[in-house]
Design a protein. Structure first.
Length: 124
């Protein structure tokens, strides 16, 4: 009797694991696509190539999937997100202060919320 119960519990847990993995994969794909759309629409103004440069890829591992959102101009993401400090030239002229324009963090937070919502819907 106990082996039947053990087998039934193991089968139920294995089935739930498969459902959870599929829900996680689907949520990751949807969240990365939505993050790219958000970043393309909220990227700072004059850098049109920067806004169009957002890409995503989903790497499926054995037990989980991992979504990566990146820009083809990686140095520019840091400068726009964090801004630059003001510097002075040898002659004393002030150059280079650029205010921070945080847009990546907002998209990341929205993607995390989207992933959780989609994952919970996928579990049923």
């Amino acid at each position: 009797m106990s082996t039947d119960l053990r087998k039934a519990v193991n089968d139920a847990l294995a089935e739930f694991g498969d459902v959870a993995r599929e829900a996680s994969d689907a949520a990751t794909v949807k969240a990365t696509k939505n993050a790219v759309k958000t970043l393309r629409s909220t990227s700072p103004g004059r850098a049109a190539k920067y806004g169009r440069g957002w890409k995503s890829k989903v790497e499926k591992k054995r037990l989980w999937s991992e979504g990566v959102v990146y820009n083809i101009r990686p140095g520019l993401t840091h400068l726009l997100e964090n801004g630059t400090a003001q510097r002075s030239t040898k002659k004393g002229y002030n150059r280079g202060k650029m205010p921070a324009q945080p847009h990546i963090l907002k998209a990341q937070e929205k993607a995390e919320e989207d992933w959780l919502k989609t994952f919970e819907e996928g579990l049923g």
